[in-house]
Structures are given as C-alpha cells and as structure tokens.
Design a protein around this ligand. Structure first.
Ligand SMILES: *Cc1c(COP(=O)(O)O)cnc(C)c1O
Length: 374
C-alpha cells in the first residue's frame, strides 16, 4: 500500500518505512492467542538485547500509551512510602516529570539546572550528599527540546553510591545512540516505539532491573492501570499485558526492531550522526544560528534560532515545507523563538540536503534574506 512519503523533522514521532507501515495490516487476531503472545515475547526479548540487558536480571514491560505513560508509571510506582524523588531538570521533559510528582503529591526535590547546558554532575553529587532520604533519582537522557544529551552513566553511578535507584527517560535516545543498561547504571529505562525504532506512537516500554520492580510490590499504590508491578506481574504470569494491547502497533514495532537489527546499532548510530551533520552543514550554509552550543549537543535534535528578519514567519515557512513533504514541528520550542530539526526515523542525510533546498526556496519566496540576519 503506497502512501506519500513525508520526511518528519520534528523530533518524534519519526518517519516510518513502508514496511513498518505495512506491518500494521495483519489478519485480525485475538490478543490472547499464543501466536500473538509469541510476537510480544520476541519483542520484549529484542528490547532487552537492544539495551544490553539480560533475561535473568532485566525485563521489558510494555504499556499502551505515548511516552509520557512511562514517566507516569515509573514515578507513581517506584516511590516507597518514605523517601524523596530527585528530579534533575535541564529541560522540558524533566519539567514534565516534576509535574507528575506534583500531581501525585509525591515528595520530591527538583534540581533545576540551565536548559542550555548538559547536567553538571557535581551539582547532582552535592544534592545527594545534602539529602540522605532520596530513594529515586530521575532525569532525561536526551532533552528533546534542546538536543542536549545528558551523562546518564555518571548520574546513575552517583545515584547508586547514594543508595537510590536511577530512572532515565531515554524516549528520544533509545535505539538512536547506543545505551547499555548495565554500564550506564540505569535501573529503569523509559522508551517508546515512535522514536528510535521508527514505528507508531501508542506503545511504550519500560526496561528495568527485575529486582527494582519486585521491591516495589508493596509500595503505595497510586494507579490501577498504570502500576509497574501489576503489569510486570501479569507479564510474568501470562506473558501478556493485563488489558488489551495495541495489537497492530506491536506488529509495527516488531518490524521496526527487525529493520534496526538488520541495519545494526553501530550503523544506525553512524546514520544518526550523518543526518545530524547534514543538519549542521545546512544551517551553516544558510547562516542560521543554533540555540545550544555545539559542545553541549547530542546528535538527535538541533534547536535553531529564528532569524531577525521582518519577512521571517515561521508558520509560513512551515506551511511551505509541509506542502513539499518536509514536516517541522509546527510550534516554537518552549516559548522560545526557535525551531527544531531531528535526526530520527527512516531518513538519511540526502533527505536533509533536500530539505535545505526547500527551506531556502521558502525563504526566497517570503523575501527572507539569505544568509539569514540576526
Ligand atoms: C517524546 C518524549 C516523551 C513522550 O512524550 P509524549 O508527549 O507522551 O509522546 C517523553 N520523554 C522524552 C524525552 C521524549 O522525547
């Protein structure tokens, strides 16, 4: 089934391959059939392999929902009756984790750090030294709004030194940059089908140390549907989700993983870097300024400052590119005068080169000066 190919430059959901799209169309099946349970089982094992976990110590627990469901589940399920969560916040997604803590009335500390720098881990260590009641340390690996890739390995090490568990939101980094759940000191990794594995939104997974989930069995219960232990326990007993899974999305995610396996994670990472380099090159050619210093950025998303030109109108630029099949996130980042370009999905550097031709056309069309003015 051929559909028009769009290149999604918003940092997730990502451009999917035709084969991932086609995987959605399957014979109807009841989700309790063994054939389907086998598909889920394989997907869960493959997710563990991707994060370098092992079946004895780790488990992948799936949820129906966008990536935020994982954040909700991890925070509402893994907080003991006593103790605080430490949210290390240098961007919009960790701010969302703070909101979740507030919403559930969870005791938390927020370490608010500059949004335009990688997390300063000496600050994390100071807070952990000052407070001996931190049970859970939480942060975002790739802050998708700014494109900053935080040092989870060091943060995880510090959390463990202070006897806290470490939750890393890797929604926009998993399967894009190599992650090793052991070496990176992550106890609970959050990820989703629509970003790194370039499948459909609506299926999310928590890859965690079994012991951490087992230990949470008698923690205060704050949700029925979104409790990590309950979902884990059901998977252990029956190999299935508690309630109806998003059947077709599971097939599409499985196809996304097969494509990643045949590409190989090292090649995938090289492709992400190649796409990102093409983004930097294109921006430089047109004279755009990036919002975050290159030294602080990872390879997944670039935040670009709007030019200071009376003819610049971001929504008009967006609409022009949209008509030509290149989709920019149609809202400025966090109230800033900036737009983002992601390196996710079934695309390559030639798509970025083609995008910059269209972007330049859009600017000529609007009368925006090139190179752009600030
Ligand atoms: C995309 C993303 C999420 C999930 O966001 P949704 O709005 O639920 O799709 C969570 N964390 C990070 C870092 C993300 O990039």
């Amino acid at each position: 089934m051929a559909t028009k190919r769009n290149v999604l430059l918003n940092p997730g959901p990502a451009t999917t391959s035709d084969s991932v799209k086609d995987a959605l169309v399957v014979s109807d099946i009841c989700h309790r059939e063994q054939d389907f349970v086998d598909v889920i089982e394989k997907l869960r094992v493959d997710l563990l392999k991707l994060s370098n976990g092992n079946i004895k110590d780790h488990v992948a627990v799936l949820f129906s929902g966008s990536g935020t469901i994982n954040m909700d589940v991890a925070l509402n399920s893994l907080m003991p009756a006593k103790g605080k969560a430490l949210i290390i916040n240098n961007g919009a997604y960790s701010s969302r984790a703070v909101d979740i803590c507030k919403f559930y009335g969870l005791p938390y500390l927020e370490l608010k750090l500059p949004f335009d720098k990688r997390i300063d881990t000496t600050k994390v260590e100071e807070v952990l030294k000052q407070h001996n009641d931190i049970a859970l340390v939480y942060t975002t690996h790739n802050e998708t709004g700014s494109g900053i890739l935080n040092d989870i390995r060091e943060i995880g090490r510090l959390a463990h030194d202070h006897h806290a568990i470490f939750v890393a939101d890797a929604t926009s980094s998993f399967a894009l940059v190599p992650i090793d759940i052991n070496k990176d000191n992550v106890d609970v990794l959050l990820a989703s089908a629509q970003k790194g594995i370039a499948a459909m939104p609506g299926l999310s997974f928590i890859i965690a140390r079994r012991l951490v989930i087992e230990t949470s069995k008698d923690y205060p219960k704050r949700s029925y549907y979104c409790n990590l232990y309950r979902q884990y326990h059901h998977f252990e007993q029956h190999g299935e989700m508690q309630f109806t899974p998003p059947v077709q999305l599971v097939y599409a995610a499985s196809q996304g993983i097969r494509e990643l396996q045949s590409e190989g994670m090292a090649n995938k990472f090289a492709r992400v870097k190649r796409i990102n380099q093409a983004v930097h090159d294109g921006l430089l050619r047109l004279g755009f300024k990036e919002q975050i210093a290159r030294s602080e950025q990872g390879p997944i998303a670039v935040s670009v400052l709007f030019p200071n030109d009376p003819h610049w109108d971001f929504m008009k630029v967006h609409d022009y590119c949209y008509q030509k099949g290149f989709i920019l996130f149609p809202r400025p980042v966090g109230g800033n005068n900036a737009f983002r370009i992601g390196s996710l999905g079934a695309i390559d550097s030639k798509d970025i080169t083609a995008f910059f031709v269209v972007l330049e056309e859009a600017m000529h069309h609007l009368g925006v000066a090139v190179p752009v003015q600030y």
